[in-house]
Write a protein that binds this ligand. Structure first.
Ligand SMILES: [Zn+2]
Length: 308
């Protein structure tokens, strides 16, 4: 196996520093597909960088048939500030693909990533997370259900409509098997990182880049409806459930959190589960502040689950 590392240049900052993203390329001696795996398209989703670092170590144990390209941090600027968007232009990288070489710095990054990675790969895995505070656990089904299921998450989501301008917008248009993984966030627990590594290695088995026995999860659930709940009031958030409830069933429309005015003690908002039978997909699991309109929870409707 041959290993290379390169940094793809996007532009310069005003202080003279280069803006780049790093690509580790692992090339097997046998021909096969190129699989690109990226993390930190959103700068506050740190777990992807660590999962990818450990995947790199794991790859040392295999003979590759094809290539694996690892991009641990796509948006270096947002990663540095641990923010979802690029601080210099406030743009969300995962809404501007395929980008624009003459646009904002985020557009330029998207353009380079599209040209240098997305258009050159045969399969694409993008690792996302819940962000700085929430934890999330599900996998999108875009255009290769087997690839999505091979990540071994208990819950998958087949959206009726996808967001425009994402990495997957580009790759699905190019008919490149694609998957968006949502795992961990918040405190970046070791168990989520370990699951991430196991899932990615299994996906590489599915794509036949490495040899091995394909693992499966029994009774994986494919949801077609997930409600995203954003608080309409800022304040101190007191959740009714801690992070052990990620991917757990919540029966009925019970209270999942309360938001208080920390100055006056006034109860500003009560957040309730929306369905008769909910599954916790994304959540906030400890007491802390929340901003009005920010991502709060995602709950899947268990009645929207597809039958096998
Ligand atoms: Zn993300």
């Amino acid at each position: 196996m041959k290993k290379t590392y390169e940094e793809i240049e996007i532009t310069h900052l005003s202080n003279g520093e280069k803006v780049t993203f790093g690509v580790h390329k692992y090339k097997g001696t046998v021909e096969g597909p190129i699989v690109a795996i990226s993390g930190a398209v959103h700068g506050d989703e740190l777990i992807g960088a660590e999962i990818i670092r450990r995947v790199a170590k794991e790859l040392e144990n295999y003979e590759l048939k094809g290539q694996v390209w690892l991009i641990p941090i796509v948006n270096q600027l947002a990663f540095e500030s641990v923010t979802r968007n690029t601080p210099l232009d406030m743009n969300n990288l995962n809404r501007v693909f395929p980008g624009d070489e003459k646009g904002w710095i985020t557009d330029q990054l998207a353009f380079k990533f599209t040209k240098e990675i997305l258009e050159k790969t045969d399969a694409f895995i993008d690792i996302h997370a819940g962000g700085k505070i929430p934890i999330v656990d599900y996998v999108y089904i875009h255009n290769d259900e087997g690839l999505s299921k091979a990540f071994l998450s208990p819950y998958l989501y087949r959206p009726a409509a996808s967001y425009e301008g994402t990495t997957a917008t580009v790759t699905t248009e190019l008919n490149i098997p694609s998957v968006t993984i949502e795992i961990g966030g918040g405190p970046n627990y070791e168990k989520d990182i370990a699951r991430g590594v196991e899932g990615i290695i299994n996906q590489l088995v599915y794509l036949k880049v490495i040899d091995g026995e394909l693992k499966t999860v029994e009774n994986q659930v494919v949801l077609t409806e997930i409600a995203s709940i954003r608080p309409t009031q800022g304040g101190m958030l007191v959740p009714a459930f801690d992070f052990s409830y990620v991917n757990k069933i919540i029966e009925g429309q019970q209270t999942i959190a309360e938001i208080y005015n920390p100055k006056t003690f006034e109860l500003l908002e009560t957040i309730k589960a929306p369905f008769e039978k909910n599954v916790m997909i994304l959540m906030r699991g400890y007491v802390g502040t929340v901003n009005s309109g920010d991502y709060g929870w995602m709950l899947g409707n268990m009645e929207s689950k597809e039958n096998d």
